[in-house]
Design a binder for this molecule. Sequence first.
Ligand code: ADP
Ligand code: MG
Length: 356
Amino acid sequence: MAKITLSNLKHSYMANPKTAEDYALKEIDLDWEDGGAYALLGPSGCGKSTLLNIISGLLSPSEGRVLFDNRDVTNLPPDQRNIAQVFQFPVIYDTMTVYDNLAFPLRNRGVTEDRVASRVAEIAEMLEVTDMLTTRAAGLSPDNKQKISMGRGLVRDDVNVVMFDEPLTVIDPHLKWKLRSKLKELHQRVQATMIYVTHDQTEALTFADQVVVMQDGEIVQIGTPVELFERPQHTFVGHFIGSPGMNILPTEMRDGRAYLGSHEIPLEGPTAVTGAAQIGIRPEFVQIAEQGIPATVKRVTDVGRHSVIESLVGEASIKAITQGTVPEAGSPIHLSFQKSQTRLYKDGWIASEASA
Ligand code: ADP
Ligand code: MG
């Protein structure tokens, strides 16, 4: 196991990159602590696989360095980095049995057959594939092939890091939640550094202790699931995480007070922000109240455990989550925002409350 450091990392797939847009990774500085369970979360095309392939050595960065325990490995090929990578689609040997597939990474490293047998048995049990060990991999369903592929990534206990690149893509929905919690359990058992890449917030938030959120080749926030929920550092994180995401409302700052139309929105602390800014409030913290901001109900959606009420305040659309009785579309209501959960953003970034 090792701490992995990415220092001043940039990557462009172009021969002569000029502007920032030419870079798939813009400027990445990041430490992955030894033994951590990380998720790398962001929309398709934001640079997640590029970052992973640079860590594994499949790709050489245009600029910057990769360090394992402070040792520069930027120019080392993948097989000398001692990492395991699980891809989106199964990478297994069809002609071999499941047992031999799982044993392969160990035999490759000269591990004794006794030890191979016990590791394979252990991993097979964790992934619930013990009954398939003597089957040829060619005959397996796509789900099971991917499980074996994951098993191959997990079977060695001496790797610096295990990286999963959207591993559940080919897995059936009903099996997904099961494997997801299985991976979490596996991390607790093996204690290896794991980086789990996904565009799916549920997968990221269930697996990871720390979530690294990316957008357009840049890291916008690193935090625990709770931190990302309660204090998004950027409106992108607020909107990307949550279901539905954070309400982001235009506001006008006057004398340190935030206004939505003519209504003041109480903030948690003092601020030096002036002029146009944004209020961020999650639907969970918007209440329908006796008094507050007058709004008109636009749409009510019953999503099972609760309802989402979408209403209009002037031009601004605001979503609220409620468990109680719901108003009818078109009816007038009042909204109140929970002050301790109301955030202020300037140019997309959170405005620190102590900056006054
Ligand atoms: P993600 O894994 O987050 O979906 P990628 O790292 O695959 O994103 O891609 C980041 C950006 O780099 C995208 O704009 C993608 O089109 C581009 N890209 C990825 N791989 C290549 C490649 N081999 N050649 C050229 N451009 C690429
Ligand atoms: Mg990818």
